[in-house]
Design a protein around this ligand. Sequence first.
Ligand code: GLC
Length: 577
Amino acid sequence: MSSFNLSVDANHQNGNAKNAADSSSLTVEDIDDFDFSKLLEKPRPLNIDRLRSLDERSLTELAGSPQLRNADISAPRVHDHAADYVISPSVGGRRSGFNTPRSLPGFESHPMVGEAWDALRRSMVYFRGQPVGTIAAVDNSEEKLNYDQVFVRDFVPSALAFLMNGEPDIVKNFILKTLRLQSWEKKIDRFQLGEGVMPASFKVFHDPVRNHETLIADFGESAIGRVAPVDSGFWWIILLRAYTKSTGDSSLADMPECQKGIRLILSLCLSEGFDTFPTLLCADGCSMIDRRMGVYGYPIEIQALFFMALRCALLLLKHDGEGKEMVEQIVKRLHALSYHMRSYFWLDSKQLNDIYRYKTEEYSHTAVNKFNVIPDSLPEWVFDFMPPHGGFFIGNVSPARMDFRWFALGNCIAILSSLATPEQSTAIMDLIESRWEELVGEMPLKVCYPAIESHEWRIVTGCDPKNTRWSYHNGGSWPVLLWLLTAACIKTGRPQIARRAIEVAEARLHKDHWPEYYDGKVGRYVGKQSRKNQTWSIAGYLVAKMMLEDPSHVGMVSLEEDKQMKPVMRRSNSWTC
Ligand code: GLC
């Protein structure tokens, strides 16, 4: 729409970019043996060490902590930067974020890094003189649609790049502006959305007559398909924690407005109702895959983000009156959610074989095949795809329906949030290595695998011409996912996998003008309707490079395993990986 004048200000670009630039199989039976309720009932006695990172403190400790019991409002929450996740001894001990030197001695910067910083700065959006985000794509050759907006999910890698480069202001402005947008009244036709819903995107409206700027947001009422973005609120919380961790400044998160924002987002998800599962029920198209793709019900993409946001919220919420109640709800939900996900979404060759041999129509609590999955519904490809060493969280589990597709974002976030146990995280990385050609191929990384074709494509996508097989959301390759892959690689101690993937991307990304996505079985072709200069392709590359350069940056988006949440693991006699 021509009346919108987005303040993408090329003058603001800083021309000289700041370059830096035999695990066991977890079976349902194993977990059944473990009584999670004990964790909540009998908290370990807590020796409050205020210098210890909350990141390292278990949910159990939190549930039984004096802070909770005594509603100690004054007790400060500690963000321990010394405890940043560090993988490489060579850079160990250095804090991520603020005041980070731009480049480590000995780290060779690729010429693309400078180009990427220039391009990222060109995408910056200003509101009344302040940088508040980055536009989705700076591409004038295609119809704009909504690519001239600041998307919440798209801004995350940009924000991480700025934080890693010691430029937190744009991130703070973004967090505060989107928080203001959250308080708007949101209506689609005559129906009002929940108070906590965060926008999918916003843009700056410039009124030339009054020479005045205002923000315009989309909560799903303009989006194709009219779906509210469930992921936006989760990303907002995750980003707030990344900001706090990176800058050491907890005053932003401590603001009553931010505390309220977190509570509003999570009360949308924690309310009691008809649910029999702790996973979050949602509509198709409510996350990065924002078109009909069969990603409805309980998709891994949302469940992993939900888990991560809950864990971040535990670190950010004050344990005062309203906060305390929510913390208790969060702790309970996290236990139920991790149990459910680790038991029912996890697939490795043993689990696959068990499902293959499932009996059906079992009634009562003794049922093994709890969701009545019919073995005939197992797709043939999954038997070939599953390597002997490896596993992954499948796309979806609901009554009589298991979506066996592999999704990149959900599996990487599962690793980063420690929803995946260390054994499961290793298995996910093993699978990526074994299925390199399929998942990385000629451009990292497949958004999901495999593509849906023919009749199934017609039924599942509603004949969506943008999502044909191996294109866009249907098995397309998205460079933005490189940052998530890199973070997961570093967290699992396998940076060489990330290095290999980045090398693959460097062969083409800049030359092809930073496309949004690539098409084809191995991601060889620039996507049919792919935007050029897609900001999150640029930022995703920069974040991946900076994390490899200084692995302690991963601490911004990684949470260590909560030991108390770990189920008893037994080695399976019949299968080892
Ligand atoms: C597409 C993507 C979505 C992204 C948006 C802006 O709609 O599916 O994930 O946020 O473009 O880049």
